[in-house]
Write a protein that binds this ligand. Structure first.
Ligand code: SF4
Length: 362
């Protein structure tokens, strides 16, 4: 029997909205937007699954996360294309190592849906930087030699854009490395294409336990029956599921929205793990609030959520993450955070309009 159109992840990928015309038609966008998008189309990667487009039609806050805006062409103070300085800690095309005991394994630079605040905007959607079997093998060989590494985080782009067969090949390779004790996926698929979590995929991932799916949800409206079903399939295979979110102005920058998100995740069996400040990624200033505001929201959440529902509030400056439960010092120019090594690191304040045209678009 043929699957209903829309019910398979392959259909969702094949029928993504990828052009300014697709977006204009789906979201009723005017001529000004179309002119901007047409002009910038060779430089702004566009993509959204029909499933997530429908959610965006119903929830304008979600539309902001996928709809390019002229503000994206403006480089605000302190913004950069690589805010976590990953390129300085990227020994192989597919590997980023920022910490001694774990490494990121970048499987793919394509995404089902492209987020406008993406920390890896410099890589995603760029066909010239496509990752494939050669880069995966180099990554596996590198991981096999780095005996301090206990955990590998499969990321991208969207790692679940790979077929089951390719994922199996990579997971089998990882399983052969004796010092690797734990596999984590970092994925947005549960939010934007929950159809990707098929019973077959859940069974495949279940063979490689202990394994954590760290999903990326930003809004309670993403927790649809389809997303809940995807979580159920994973949990039924004994796979751990957690979630990370980014604090985004105009999307979820409110205590009530985040409280609903974390509460509902928890009731689905998903542990809210981290709430990240929006990175200093180029062109994302419309999403970014100040660290002080984030602390206030997190403080309010602490008062209304039970302990396991409350994610850590985390900033991610170039040297590695800083949990904001640790010491934060505030000065006129910015903050000093305590990073994961206990070192004080500077962190900018969100400032006024010290903006210039992003050199990528000149
Ligand atoms: S799905 Fe992840 S990698 Fe892809 S654009 Fe969104 S945040 Fe970036």
């Amino acid at each position: 029997m043929n699957a209903r159109p829309g019910s398979t992840w392959q259909w969702q990928v094949q029928n993504r909205l990828t052009t300014p015309q697709d977006f204009a038609q789906a979201f009723g966008l005017g001529e000004d937007w179309q002119a901007f998008a047409q002009q910038a189309s060779s430089r702004l990667v566009l993509g959204v699954t029909p499933y997530y487009a429908q959610l965006c039609q119903a929830v304008p806050a979600l539309l902001k996360t996928i709809l390019p805006d002229p503000q994206e062409l403006v480089l605000a103070a302190n913004e950069t294309s690589d805010p976590m300085a990953e390129e300085a800690t990227r020994p192989k095309a597919a590997i980023v190592r920022r910490y001694p005991n774990r490494a990121l394994f970048l499987l793919c630079n394509q995404c089902a849906t492209y987020c406008r605040y993406c920390t890896r905007a410099r890589l995603v959607g760029d066909r010239a930087q496509q990752l494939g079997k050669k880069q995966w093998q180099e990554g596996l060989d590198w991981l096999a030699q780095e005996t301090e590494i206990e955990e590998v985080i499969l990321s991208g782009g969207e790692p679940l854009m790979l077929s089951d067969a390719r994922l199996e090949w990579i997971l089998e390779g990882l399983k052969k490395i004796p010092h690797l004790r734990f596999i984590r996926f970092s994925t947005k698929a549960l939010a934007v294409m929950p159809q990707r979590i098929t019973p077959d995929l859940a069974r495949l991932l279940g063979r490689f336990k202990p394994l954590l799916i760290n999903a990326h949800f930003v809004h309670p409206c993403e927790l649809t029956p389809q997303a809940a079903h995807a979580v159920e399939l994973l949990l039924a295979q004994g796979i751990m599921v957690s979630s990370q979110s980014v604090l985004l102005k105009g999307v979820n920058h409110q205590t009530e929205i985040l409280a609903a998100l974390f509460r509902e995740l928890y009731y689905l069996g998903v542990r809210p793990y981290a709430l990240y400040l929006c990175d200093w990624i180029a062109g994302a200033s419309s999403f970014r609030g100040d660290l002080g505001e984030a602390q206030k929201i997190h403080g309010a959440l602490r008062q209304i959520l039970s302990g396991p529902m409350l994610p850590k509030l985390i900033a991610d400056p170039p040297g590695g993450k800083a949990e904001l439960s640790a010491q934060v010092l505030e000065g006129n120019q910015g903050y000093l955070l305590t990073d994961w090594q206990g070192k004080l690191v500077p962190y900018p304040k969100v400032s006024g309009p010290n903006e210039k045209q992003d050199p990528r678009f000149l």
